[in-house]
Design a protein around this ligand. Structure first.
Ligand SMILES: Nc1ncnc2c1ncn2[C@@H]1O[C@H](COP(=O)(O)OP(=O)(O)O)[C@@H](O)[C@H]1O
Ligand SMILES: [Mg+2]
Length: 305
């Protein structure tokens, strides 16, 4: 599997630690002295410098560009592992804008997004959260799996995602007027929604949305081959297996095999693991514990390998 060295994820939870600790998780190792609060690092650390491989499947690139040109907040909807994160990385690169990614979780508070006062040797100092930093300096702020965050956290993005484009920092007594380049993008898996975990209408209605699906057969095989290094024949067989699993969605499987999982299996095969073993390990075992479902998927695997 290839390494995505252009991906930088902001882990807001780590902010809760004292000021000297790292609050960014750069993929590439950096000298310790360079690991500081995000505001101190500046946006250069979040620039996507290498072109991410993204295979367009429809008109999503043009539509996103149009949305960005009028700074519409964008929601990417689709199952896990179908290319949403890769797409936003690609678009950030194409538009030449820094990308700050926040992996949302239910422990996240509004302060994790907006910022907080921290104690350090010199007393207290304010530290912008990822949302404040993106708004202040002009980045694309990508809230990944936004429904994982509690609704009272999500409302922090409201004033930034309507005509006001402001972010009140109540504790600090400051109102940030968003930089002209700033945009909010969220990702959302409609399959996981429940009454408890869904976006409020007042949140949904602030976004334009793009639907993502697993790519069509030939394109998905092309992606799997490109990302793993296996030949197109092997990749096509993997896609056949995935298509069978996707038909089992709602009939014993919560979700079918994703493109990401196919890339995992293909990467094992590229490492010399026998296809049968690779598929069991990377496709069948992770997705279900149900013995009947495992049998059904194993049967699909043996059909193609
Ligand atoms: N259209 C695509 N072009 C290039 N790579 C893709 C595409 N769709 C999926 N992928 C691959 O699948 C992997 C999983 O996609 P990702 O963007 O992480 O999924 P999501 O964010 O939807 O859960 C990516 O790392 C990438 O290798
Ligand atoms: Mg993602």
């Amino acid at each position: 599997m290839r390494h995505d060295d252009y991906v930088r994820t902001y882990a807001p939870r780590q902010d809760a630690r004292p000021a000297r600790s790292a609050s960014v998780m750069p993929t590439a190792p950096r000298p310790a002295a360079d690991i500081q609060a995000p505001a101190a690092i500046g946006l250069d650390a979040y620039r996507v410098t290498q072109e991410p491989y993204y295979r367009a499947v429809g008109d999503e690139v043009d539509l996103y560009e149009a949305a960005y040109s009028v700074r519409l907040p964008v929601m990417l909807k689709g199952p896990t592992g179908c290319g949403k994160t890769r797409f936003v990385e690609y678009m950030a690169w194409k538009l030449g804008k820094p990308l700050i990614t926040v992996a949302c979780n239910e422990d996240m508070t509004a302060a994790d997004l907006v910022g907080r006062y921290l104690l350090d040797a010199n007393g207290t100092r304010w530290q912008d959260g990822p949302l404040a930093m993106a708004a202040r300096l002009g980045a694309i702020c990508y809230l990944d799996e936004v429904v994982e965050a509690r609704q009272d956290t999500t409302v922090a993005i409201h004033p930034l995602t309507d005509a006001r484009r402001i972010l009140p920092l109540e504790k600090k007594g400051e109102i940030i007027q968003a930089h002209p380049d700033f945009q909010v993008v969220i990702s959302y898996n409609p399959g996981y929604q429940s009454l408890m975990k869904d976006l409020k209408q007042s949140t949904k209605q602030r976004f334009a949305a793009l639907d993502f699906h697993y790519p069509e057969h030939e394109i998905e095989a092309e992606i799997v081959a490109h990302e793993s290094g296996v030949g197109l024949d092997v990749a096509k067989n993997l896609v056949h297996i995935a298509e069978r699993s996707r038909n089992l969605k709602g009939h014993g499987l919560d979700e079918g095999l994703s493109t990401r999982m196919l890339i995992y299996a293909a990467s094992l095969i590229a490492q010399g693991v026998a296809p049968l073993g690779a598929c069991r390990m990377a496709l069948v075992r992770p997705i279900t514990d149900d013995p009947d479902m495992r049998d059904a998927l194993d049967a699909a695997v043996t059909t193609y390998f």
